[in-house]
Design a binder for this molecule. Sequence first.
Ligand code: SR1
Ligand code: MG
Length: 418
Amino acid sequence: MEYRQLSPETVPGFLKDIPSMQKIFSDLDDLEVEEVGDGNLNFVYKVRQRKNPEQTVVIKQAVPFLRIVGESWPLSRTRMNFEIQALEHHTKYCPQHVPQIYYSSTDMSLVVMQNLNRHEVLRGEMILGKIFPKLAEHISSFLANTIFPTTDWCLTGGEKKAMVGRFINPELCKITEDFVLTNPYEDHETNVYHDEVTQADKDYLQQDSQLKVAVAEMKYIFMNHSEALLHGDLHIGSIMANEKETYVIDPEFAFFGPIGFDVGAFIGNLFLAYYAHEIRQPMLGREPFEYRNWILQTAEETWNKFQSKFEANWVAHEQNFPHSYWSYPEGRIGFALQRQRFLRHIFEDTIGFAACKMMRRIYGLAKVADIAEIPDLKTRLDVERSVMRMAKGMVKQRSAFRSIEELTALAQEISPLR
Ligand code: SR1
Ligand code: MG
């Protein structure tokens, strides 16, 4: 099949030719299509049968450019191949948190999947101040269950290297290398500053040698530590949820990288929301305490549960496939020490990457609505300064934090819960 960019007008005809769509739609001649993609990279269409709107799918199609910039920024459509492979992996290891895939085509660079029409994008819901009681439980499961099976603790060297090869994703990694781990820390042309940002604010990020060394170290880790298959872009816009269920979407940035990059992406976004809600809760007419407390608890619970689930997966794997390496009288202790040291290393990376994910959203090209849509620029700047202060402390001192609770304490020191 030859690639063509779909439009709301051509979607119904395209779906009609896919045999599996007959199982979803009772009448393929009666479809309505709404373009909903407000993402940075792709086009997304919601398709419903007019007389029976419960019969519905979502189509996500990659176009050969970076949508947030436009056609002047070419970006190969092969990113959809990585998304399809990653969705298959996520479905295998954590189906309860992945939308159902009905059809995919690397030729057309698209996937047709379950319309999560009883769920909303988490970022939008969190901006509205909604609480998701199961979020930490679900995201920690997603992370531990999709990541552990792709580590060298689980795969043989040959299996792992073959898989790494299938997920060499240089173009999307370059986006992260540039927009998350380089450009915000120099006065780069792709950065976007609002009118209240002063030269001193920019220098705070762009002329602090210790910070620049720390960020360069994180970038090196990102580029060199192929520890496990990652989602690669696990911010809270890549999650759809309601009170009971949580789905992880959009894994087009999937690659083999440092485990802390995924965990840190999620936790860093929680901290961004924490600072935004110093302002947003009063804007919603509420006292900030309850919501911000929930955000910090979610960050703590996510790390603590991820750690114990990852470790449980590791122990179970060792029980199922025992290594002679640990079969000596004190082997149990040695194995426990190994797990403890590895998780400590993931924790440090988590803190460092969470910080970079926070900082890139302040001066970098792609913002987060939580903060960028605070209408008063002086108030927004106050929030941004708190984010910068926390993030700097995190990445520079990442080896000094002994627990996630020390990190949430730092968040409160900079901006008390109130
Ligand atoms: C140009 S940067 C676009 C961003 O959108 C994606 O969601 C990634 O986070 C990427 O960095
Ligand atoms: Mg995305």
